[in-house]
Structure formats: C-alpha cells, structure tokens
Design a protein. Structure first.
Length: 515
C-alpha cells in the first residue's frame, strides 16, 4: 500500500529525476548511487535484524513535514523540494514503524541517499562559483608553465588558436559533489580517529579543484592535434572518468599516509564485522528470541496498528487532493518581445541576439536584449528574460551567478531604490560595480514577479509558492541594465545614467511584463 501511494505521489518527479536531472553532466554520477546504497544497506542488515523495533509516533511529525515540503515544491515549482519531501516521508515511515534506534542504524545510508538529488540550480551555482574560477586560474598556470600561451577571462581560456570554455557560465564544478561523496565513503570505511576521517572528507574540495585544473590543461595540450575532439565527445568524457579514478587513488594514498601517523591498534580500512551464528541470545540482549512475545506482537500488528492507519490516511489524502484539485497555472497573455521599441524618448537602440547554446541553458519563454545610446553618452544595455511559468524545472537565472562565470567580479554590491517619475512610488533594485581587468561596468537588476519587484532569489521561491496557491501563477521576469564606466568619469555619473534610463523605460516594461 505504501509503495502504491508513494508511486502516485512521486512518480512524475522521479521520472524527471532519472530522465532529465541524472543525464546532466554535473550529475551523471547519480546512476551509481543506488548501487552504493544497496551495498550500505546490505552491510547493515545483520545489525538491523538484531535490533528490536520500537514503533514511535515521532515518525508522524517527520512524515507530515515531508508532505508539507511536497506541497511547497509542487506549488513553487521546485523539484528539489519534492525530492527532499520523498526523503522525509521515507524516514518518517521508518521511524514510525521501526523506531528511532533502527533509524540510527541506517543513518549513514539514509544520509548518502541525499546524493540521489541534484541541488537547485541557483544553490549549486553559488556553492561552486568561486571554486570553478580558482580551477580555471590554476589550469591557466599549468598551461603557461609548460610554455603555451593562455589568457583567462572567467571560465573562458584563450589559447590564441582557440578558446576553451572550462564550464558554462551557469554550470557547476563537475567533480566537487561526486568526489565529496567518495570522500565520505572512504571516511566511513576508514576505522580511525575522527580527525583523520575529517581530513579525508575535507581534502575532496581542493582535490576537485586541482583535478579539474589538470583536465583543463590536458585538453589545452591535446587541442592542437585533436581539435574539438579533445574538448567534446568520447575523449572528453573518457578523460573525465580517468582523472576521477586518479582522484580516488589520491584518497587511498591519503589513507595510507594517515595510517602512518599516530596509528591505533584498531585502525584499519574496510574492517569486516564477523558475527557467529552460534552466539547465544544472552550475548545479544537487544535481540529477542524467535518466541519472544514482544517481537511476535510487533510482527503481527505492524499493518493493523493505528500508526499504519494514520500514515495511510495522510498519504491517501495527499494523493486525493493532488488528483482532484486543479493546480493548472493561469498563464497571462504578454506582448512578444520582438515588438519591444528601439526608440524610447531620446534613447535609440540596436537589437542583439543570444547564441542558442545560452538559450538552451536559460530556457526563457521570451527575451529581449537591446543596446541603447543617447547623444554622446555611453551606451546602456538592457536584457529582459521572461518566463511564463516557473514551475518544476524552470527558473530565472540571476546575474550574480552568471556574470562572474565570464570573468566579471562583483564589487560594491547592494540594494538601491529607484524613484519613478510622475508619482511618489519607487522600487528596489540590486546594484553592483563589476570589474574585469581594466574594464568597469555598473549593473542594476531586479525580478519582476506578478506586480512585485524583488531582489532576492529566495523571495522569488516564496512568492512563487504563495501565488501558485492564491493566483495560480508563477510567471515572472528578470531585468538587467548595464553600462560601462569609463576611466574619465565617476561612478556617480554612471548611476545617474542608469537611473535616468530606468525611469524612461519603466512604462514600456510594464506593457510587456504582466503585472
């Protein structure tokens, strides 16, 4: 019964997980995680069977939390929340029927099961952004050390004869999470002092940076003879697996070195626990005998006790509400952005178009990019990405994560308020002075969400959930305006230029972005 209800609730999300999330290059290691979990559970089976079950109502709290997180993810359009919901529901059911002591036995496999789920895009990017920039910088140093010319801008490395894009502007560091998981597993099977096991896990972060740097350097060395095949296709994937296995060898070498430092008599790797079938039950006081009335009672009432009825009722109600209530979005009609005017007041614009590879990553419903200029003042570029829906699998990308990937460094970042002409209203925007080499640009950006102006990605998720319930809408847009700051002008002059431009263009934006 549990299996049927959980399938009805989570099948669509897990279909997306296996069919879309796992095939992504950052997360294709997830295909191996179920095999790791099976081994970890098998390794704990004897300890699990020896421990008596003490069902607890505490599991209902975790179960209800999982259901609430499910609705939050379903209505806010966040797959990760639904994945975490399934995890909480399973933990809650285990706690409810087996008890906390048995849950603790399976604590490590339960924790490792979280690696089945890719992180939300914006969170993954925030965690790995600085790491991938460091990796690119080290890769360039290695290339230059061996006599090749290389110049880096963010994650793009110019080799004179070609450019290597280490990772896409909004992509994560490929080795970080799988190596971190490998370090956890190595520390788990390494029976040693806590500080030694902590070193193993912590070392995976610099190791992921270094291995990725070497992969970049190797690609650069082979590019003259192999061309694009060195950076794409079979060789690219194969070299990744080779370097990843070398990383595992480094972890094993770390363990070998640590075993030489302050060794303990019991210190070992992959210690096999031996249990004898001839041990008497007095040697296992926690394990009731076959005829123990307590154990017999637990086995016979498992599916008829009130806990089972309550859990089934909660899950069945979730299925019923999900199937009977219409959660389809009401997507508002919006003007196509190809009608966005090129003449706004004294501003004259030139339309720009993005490469398809970037559109495949960003996946906007519609977008516009125009470079405006007025008289002899520096130009102002505006980019608007509109999403008719931010339901599962689609979300707005923030310039805070994308621009640094192309080499720009954020400085003086913070929120400012833009007054609007003709009334007493104003709205907040994010402001940042971005720099790259000798170049400076001033950028303002904000998120227009169904009549709200927001500056925070977490606010977006919260209002997506609220408006999905109240308005049945999750549409929204990201607006970014940017202007160069020349060496002969003050930053305040660029601020005035952007404020003036935003005040001129705000009425036009309201015509294209539904309120």
């Amino acid at each position: 019964m549990y299996g049927l209800l959980l399938t009805l609730i989570y099948f669509p999300s897990y279909s997306w997980l296996v069919g879309y999330d796992w095939p992504r290059e950052d997360y294709n290691y997830c295909y191996l995680v179920p095999l790791v979990l099976l081994y970890l559970i098998w390794e704990k089976k004897d300890q699990w069977s020896r421990k008596a079950s003490f069902p607890s109502w505490g599991g209902v709290i975790v179960l209800l939390s999982g259901v609430l997180v499910f609705w939050a993810g379903e209505l806010a359009g966040e797959y990760f929340s639904i994945y975490i919901s399934s995890w909480l529901v399973v933990v809650g059911l285990l706690w409810l029927h087996a008890g906390w002591e048995k849950v603790k036995i399976m604590a490590f496999p339960i924790f490792v099961s979280l690696f089945l789920f890719p992180l939300p895009h914006f969170l993954n990017t925030k965690l790995t952004l600085n790491l991938k920039l460091i990796s690119s910088e080290i890769g360039v140093k290695i290339i230059q050390f061996f006599g090749m010319s290389a110049y880096r801008e963010g994650n793009i490395i110019d080799l004179a004869f070609t450019q290597l894009q280490v990772v896409d502007a909004c992509s994560g560091l490929r080795y970080l999470i799988p190596l971190f998981l490998m370090g956890l597993l190595a520390a788990y099977f390494y029976h040693a002092a806590l500080w030694k096991r902590t070193i193993i896990v912590a070392s995976t972060i610099p190791l992921s940076i270094i291995t990725n740097s070497f992969r970049v350097a190797i690609t650069a060395f082979l590019y003259p003879s192999m061309g694009r095949d060195a950076a794409e296709g079979f060789f690219h994937d194969f070299s990744g697996w080779v370097i990843f296995m070398l990383s595992f060898g480094v972890l094993v070498a770390e363990i070998w070195v640590l075993r030489k430092i302050l060794p303990r008599p019991t210190e070992c790797f992959m210690k096999k626990k031996v249990t004898s079938r001839n041990k008497t039950e007095s040697e296992h006081p926690e394990r009731p005998g076959k005829d123990d009335p307590v154990l017999e009672k637990e086995q016979t009432v498992f599916f008829s006790q009130s806990r089972f009825v309550v859990a089934i009722a909660i899950l069945a109600m979730t299925v019923s509400i999900h199937s009977l209530v219409d959660f389809r979005e009401k997507q508002p009609i919006s003007r196509p952005f190809n009608e966005f005017p090129l003449l706004i007041g004294e501003w004259k614009g030139t339309r720009e178009f993005m490469d398809q590879k970037f559109l495949d990553v960003l996946e906007p419903t519609d977008y516009v990019a125009i470079n405006y200029s007025k008289h002899d003042s520096p130009s102002v570029n505006i980019y608007v990405a509109y999403y008719a829906s931010q339901q599962k699998g689609k979300s707005i990308h923030s310039p805070e994560t994308c621009l640094p990937g192309t080499g720009w460094c954020f400085n003086q970042a913070g929120s400012v308020t833009i007054p609007l002409p003709g009334n007493n209203t104003a709205f907040p925007v994010m402001r940042a002075l971005i720099t790259k080499e000798e170049q400076k640009q001033l950028v303002y950006f904000w998120f227009s969400e169904r009549g709200r102006i927001l500056t925070n990605a977490y606010e977006m998720k919260m209002y997506n959930f609220w408006d999905a319930v109240i308005k049945k809408r999750t549409d929204g847009a990201m607006v970014r305006v940017i202007t160069p700051v020349s060496s002969s002008e003050m930053t305040e002059d660029a601020d005035k230029r952007l404020r003036s431009f935003i005040q001129d263009i705000a009425p036009t934006l309201n015509e294209f972005i539904p309120g």
